[in-house]
Design a protein around this ligand. Structure first.
Ligand SMILES: [Zn+2]
Length: 151
């Protein structure tokens, strides 16, 4: 990876700061032409307020490795999919207590509790602490947990 790619890939998601935008599949491309870097991102969720933060974080990461005039472009097509989350990203989400989204096209019949692994869970609210997560509760251990919404 080039210095620009490494810098962009190391930016963490502002709402899920234990995973990088590369691990979440938000980072789509880093191109370098005549010393000017263009970074393409696809936000996880339409209207996710984190996008402007990600944009600024990517710009400052690139400025830190010698690209002060990097351009961050947002691509909405194709839309972000939970399929784009890497294996490392899924593992980190699980370790942080955020249930990783199921893989499409398999229908998610049960969401497992990230704490005790029980499939006896229920959605409490479509809206969690962030725009990208919903709030779930485990019936076995009674613990609430956030879950990344599927797209
Ligand atoms: Zn549980």
């Amino acid at each position: 990876m080039s210095a620009a790619e490494t810098a962009a890939a190391g930016v963490v998601d502002p709402e899920l700061p234990f995973v990088t935008i590369a691990e979440l599949g938000i980072l789509r491309a880093v191109t370098e032409r005549d010393g000017r870097v263009t970074v393409t991102i696809t936000p996880t969720y339409t209207g996710c307020p984190a996008v402007s933060v990600i944009r600024e974080d990517v710009r400052s990461a690139l400025a830190g490795v010698g690209f002060p005039d990097a351009v961050v472009e947002t691509r909405l097509n194709p839309p972000w999919s939970t399929e784009w989350i890497t294996e490392a990203g899924r593992r980190k989400l699980a370790e942080a207590g955020v249930a990783p989204p199921g893989r499409r096209p398999l229908l998610t019949i049960s969401v497992r509790c990230p704490r005790c692994g029980s499939p006896e869970t229920e959605e409490l609210s479509r809206f969690g602490s962030t725009a990208c997560t919903s709030l779930w509760r485990c019936r076995a251990c009674a613990e609430p947990f956030p879950r990344v919404k599927e797209r």
